[in-house]
Write a protein that binds this ligand. Structure first.
Ligand code: GLU
Ligand code: ZN
Length: 492
């Protein structure tokens, strides 16, 4: 039997790290086993459904370049959007009713509320629905429904016995049936199925072989197995994926930083870096290898190597991966990403002029060597394209120095730059080192104001390279301009 797995998000919010981890694990598991990856939209909750979230899902999978073998618009088991499958759920719900595995419940929300209050007051160990309508006469219940009385359909969870489901990672998980949610609603008053019913029917009908989803869903496991049994079906294999934590050991959330993919995209992360890093959140190949391209993962991913222990999401590590992938890109493909950013930020024109292209060409090796995020490129090389109108003097002020000391530093540096071109890189370094010694300063205390004067920022390429790219004459002019500005601010 060939592997069929699915990613089944509910489009209620933006795609985040956890969801994408689930998508990628399913995708790579399918590829590694020559199986199919299915995308199913679980949009039965009309109140929480959100168009933007659906668009974001498509955009995210598109950006990561994770195509589905079956899903909206493609495949023989469709429709793949639950809101288009209501007839199917109705039919199956009726089957459960006929086989006495489900029953109509007419309890009003007021009644349910007061049951809950009672339970709270009595500190009752039983929580939830009190199964009030479980033993109504089915014919009578049907008559009431047909007379127009509002009702839901509930699953008859066995009162005794135990339910075990086997998880490929966690092993056997057993629950007493009396601890499983007491007779959950499977069809709502408005006729819509709940998550549990739709999810189980679809996994069965779509012939899903393995369910890989977040550990948050483990509590639903026994209930789903009971549903499969009620239908007389065999459940797929389960594989619940370890939690993703922040560094402080609590579940990853916005408190730790951005978690939505669209934010990572806007920040200038590469999909390659995201895919590589997220694949390591709960999976490993061996104990040392870290770099995996998409093609590697399509071959090497295996369920056996999924961990039990929670994974820790380390923003710094992802950042590091991003830098590594930027360095690994070919010039052509990196430029393809950088040029639109430079154009959007108004650094270069559209299309680029010859002169602009030449400047970028010169700066490229350094840019590729130093970029952390693609979006940093504009700030990094703006100084090569634009005159610096004014400076933020604070940027130019090293620690433990007074602004009044800076003009002298800039003057001395400008004098040194006169001979810049005739010296080698080492000689220039030596010259600046000597200068700092003479002035009783640290090398960095001399370099920082010079760097800010020349480039306007502290994140430019290395200083001497920046000067070389800009041209010595312009660099000297800028040193003077910063000096003038500082003198103006110092004037009483
Ligand atoms: N729609 C559920 C979700 O949003 C799917 C859970 C599952 O994979 O069964 O996570
Ligand atoms: Zn009831």
């Amino acid at each position: 039997m060939s592997v069929r797995v699915r990613y089944a998000p509910s489009p209620t919010g933006l795609q985040h790290i956890g969801g994408v981890r689930t998508a990628l694990f399913n995708y790579f598991f399918a590829k590694a086993n020559g199986g199919s990856f299915i995308l199913r939209i679980e949009d039965t909750d009309q109140e929480r459904y959100n168009d933007e979230a659906l668009q974001d899902l498509y955009d995210t999978l598109d950006w990561l370049d994770i195509p589905w073998d079956e899903g909206p618009g493609k495949g023989e088991f469709g429709p793949y959007q639950q809101s288009k499958r209501f007839d199917i759920y109705q039919d199956y719900a009726q089957k459960l009713l006929k086989t006495d595995k489900a029953y109509y419940c007419f309890c009003s929300s007021e009644r349910l509320e007061s049951v809950r209050e009672e339970q709270k007051k009595n500190k009752s160990s039983v929580q939830g629905y009190d199964r009030h309508c479980r033993d109504l006469d089915p014919a009578e219940a049907l008559a009431r429904k047909e007379a127009g009385e509002s009702c839901v359909l509930r699953l008859k969870v066995p009162l005794e016995g135990k339910t075990t489901f086997h998880d490929e990672v966690m092993g056997d998980i057993t629950r007493k049936n009396s601890d499983v949610s007491p007779d959950p609603v499977i069809v709502k008053t408005d006729g819509f199925p709940t998550y549990h019913l739709a999810n189980v029917i679809d996994d069965h009908r779509m012939e899903i072989t393995h369910i890989m989803r977040a550990q948050e869903w483990i509590p639903s496991g026994p209930l789903h197995v009971i549903l499969y049994e009620a239908f007389g079906w065999t459940p797929p294999k389960y594989c619940h994926l370890p939690l993703v934590m922040g560094k402080d050991g609590s579940k990853l959330s916005k408190r730790h930083g951005s978690t939505s993919l669209v934010d990572f995209r806007k920040t200038g992360y590469l999909p390659e870096a995201i895919i590589n890093y997220i694949s390591l959140l709960g999976w490993s190949f061996d104990d040392s290898r870290e770099f995996f391209t998409r093609e590697d993962l399509e071959q090497l991913f295996s369920m056996e190597r999924i961990n039990k222990a929670p994974a820790v999401f380390d923003y710094k590590k992802l950042e590091w991966f991003n830098g590594q992938y930027i360095r690994m890109k070919s010039k052509e493909s990196l430029l393809e990403l950088l040029i639109p950013i430079l154009q959007k930020d108004g650094i270069v024109s559209y299309p680029m002029t010859e002169e602009e292209t030449a400047i970028l060409d010169g700066a490229f090796p350094l840019v590729q060597e130093r970029l952390k995020f693609t979006t940093d490129v504009s700030e990094m090389i703006r100084f090569l394209y634009k005159d610096l109108e004014s400076y933020n003097c604070e940027d130019a002020l090293p620690k433990k120095m007074e602004l009044s000391q800076i003009p002298a530093v800039l003057d001395a540096a400008a004098a040194l730059l006169e001979g810049f071109k005739s010296r080698s890189q080492e000689e220039n370094e030596q010259a600046f080192y000597n200068l700092s010694q003479e002035m009783g300063l640290k090398m960095g205390q001399v370099m920082q104001p010079v760097r800010v004067a020349v480039t306007g920022t502290n994140i430019s390429p290395p200083l001497f390279e920046s000067i070389r790219l800009l041209g010595v004459e312009k660099a000297i002019q800028r040193l003077n301009a910063l000096k003038e500005q500082i003198l103006m601010t110092l004037r009483p």
